[in-house]
Design a protein around this ligand. Structure first.
Ligand code: 5GP
Ligand code: ZN
Length: 117
């Protein structure tokens, strides 16, 4: 069911603390932790604690929780002292989504080209 923890989900396991992560922020509804394979000096993932398969499913099922995730991206940027940063939600395998628990990538600390690859 949407929102329920999934036994086979890596990020649900990070929320539960059964897989370690470098957590940089936590709220009642979200966790932010450093990406294991950083693509920029700052590369933090912000996730809802509840399981939703992607950003659109999250926004449809729990819009206030989606807003919590977005608010936390700015909080991460503030903590990391980033003037500019990029928030990315990969959706679907063709766009590079590999973990099926909604997550915002917060990337910064270097020049970011636009359009992205
Ligand atoms: P996606 O490709 O789904 O948009 O993003 C998934 C991200 O999760 C990737 O950037 C990948 O490096 C990161 N990732 C995968 N496994 C782990 C892990 O065990 N710990 C952490 N901290 N990040 C992970
Ligand atoms: Zn999950």
């Amino acid at each position: 069911m949407a929102g329920e923890p999934q036994d086979d989900c890596l990020f649900c396991k990070i929320v539960a603390g059964t897989i370690p992560a470098t957590i940089v922020r936590e709220t009642e509804t979200t966790v932010a932790f450093r990406d294991i394979n950083p693509q920029a000096p700052t590369h933090v993932l912000v996730i809802p604690k509840a399981h939703h398969r992607d950003a659109a499913a999250l926004a449809a099922a729990a819009p206030e929780l989606a807003a919590d995730v977005l608010r936390e991206t700015q909080a991460v940027a503030d903590d990391e002292k980033l003037e500019s940063y990029r928030t990315v939600f990969n959706t679907g395998t063709g766009a590079g989504q590999t973990v099926w628990h909604a997550h915002a990538h917060v990337l910064g600390g270097r020049g970011l080209e636009w359009p992205p690859g």
